[in-house]
Design a protein around this ligand. Structure first.
Ligand code: PLP
Length: 391
């Protein structure tokens, strides 16, 4: 068997490996608290589940258009108008099997040897993985603790060269919970006027998860960028629908035909009942979404305070998403070593910052999509582990 060489360049999402190891330890009788995987611990709202069941009973069993059923694309357009004030033609909306395929297709569209793509680091690991897989040069957009893990527009603009084809950005962000202030987005949008060939992919999958009254700043606000802006979004996080595999993206006129073709070549369409569930989620009551956010906010405060009380740990307050990304350099351990010790010795699953890029060294990602009791228990276990290590 001779595998294609570029397969060696493909990375992965370590959270799935941690999930598998945690499941194995649990199956062997170990009591494991999972703060590793990034998914809400709530159930999908009941009316959303019912809509999928009804669609199946009504006979929606076949293929749908590759872009998705028109009713769902119209619901996304209406939601985008309501929340972001942006008028989007449903023909420019692509329904996807989750958020990930949008980043895969967007990168595949622009990446090849010689091309440069700017991407967040530390950031969602799939960006860098696919850039490398396609043979392009990944250029890290640095997200620094001292800046609250927001990017600096000046720095990003200074990294653009004639080879830059795509800038990937993500706010609120995984793994840091960082929120980039609107002023930086304003600056970036203004600076991009000098680089009319550079496309932006804005991953806004956590756009409903902000705290302390923060408002989401969407790249859709910049009309002048619309003809080169891809916006990634979806249902996974907001509606606790990670396993349904449902996402969407907004594409400029010039690119929508290409992404549709990529979808036809890859997955044809998203399964039909799930698309009906997506309509129910957008058009139905939002009280469960609001309730989840209240719960996440309480847990956020709990985990940040607890982390800051641990020896050798300091944690900046995350403004969005459901992750805490503490600096653990004071523990004397590197990120991978602490991840391993926490799982194997304390039964706490977390993900090393290095799984999100080289600039994640010295940090650990905690997903606080777990109950307050589990978070307290995990923090107690971590305290004991660190005290033992200091003895
Ligand atoms: N974008 C970011 C920033 C994420 O954190 C995730 C999931 O963790 C995704 C996209 C992918 O979402 P989905 O599970 O819908 O593919």
């Amino acid at each position: 068997m001779q595998l294609a060489e570029n397969l060696n360049n493909l990375g992965t999402e370590t959270a799935f490996e941690v999930l598998a190891r945690a499941a194995k330890l649990s199956a062997a009788g170990k009591d494991v608290i999972n703060l590793g995987i990034g998914q809400p611990d709530f159930k999908t709202p009941g009316h959303v589940v019912e809509a999928a069941i009804k669609a199946m009973r009504d006979g929606h069993h076949g293929y749908t258009p590759a872009k998705g059923i028109p009713e769902l694309r119209e619901a996304v357009a209406a939601d985008t108008l309501k929340r972001r004030g942006a008028v989007i033609d449903p023909e420019n909306i692509m329904i996807m099997p989750g958020g990930k395929p949008t980043m895969f297709f967007a990168v595949m569209m622009f990446a090849e040897p010689g091309a440069e793509i700017i991407y967040p680091n530390p950031g969602f690991p799939i960006y860098e993985s696919v850039i490398r897989y396609a043979g392009a040069t990944p250029v890290p957009m640095r997200l620094l603790e001292e800046k609250g893990f927001a990017f600096s527009a000046d720095e990003v603009l200074s990294q653009i060269t004639p080879k830059t084809r795509l800038i990937i950005m993500n706010t609120p962000a995984n793994p840091t919970g960082g929120v980039t202030p609107k002023e930086e987005l304003d600056k970036l949008a203004a600076g991009l006027a000098a680089w009319p060939n550079v496309v932006v992919m804005s991953d806004e999958i956590y756009d409903r998860m902000l705290y302390d009254g923060r408002q989401h700043a969407s790249m859709l606000a910049y009309e002048e960028l619309r003809d080169r802006l891809i916006v990634l979004n979806g249902w996974s996080k907001t509606y606790a629908m990670t396993g349904w595999r449902l996402g969407y993206s907004i594409w400029p006129e010039k690119l929508i035909g290409h992404v549709e073709k990529l979808a036809v070549n890859c997955h044809s369409c998203v399964n039909a009942p799930t698309q009906f569930a997506g309509i129910a989620a957008l058009n139905g009551p939002q009280d469960e979404v609001d309730g989840m956010l209240v719960a996440f906010d309480k847990r956020r405060r709990l985990i940040v305070d607890a982390l800051n009380a641990l020896p050798g740990v300091r944690c900046a307050e995350p403004g969005g998403a459901f992750y805490a990304f503490p600096n653990i350099t004071g523990t004397g351990m590197d990120a991978k070593a602490l991840q391993t010790q926490l799982l194997e010795q304390a039964g706490v699953a977390v993900v090393a910052g290095t799984s999100f890029g080289a600039l994640g060294e010295g940090f650990i990602r905690f997903s606080y999509a777990a109950s307050a009791e589990q978070i307290e228990d995990a923090m107690g276990r971590m305290q004991k582990l660190l005290e033992r290590a200091n003895d």
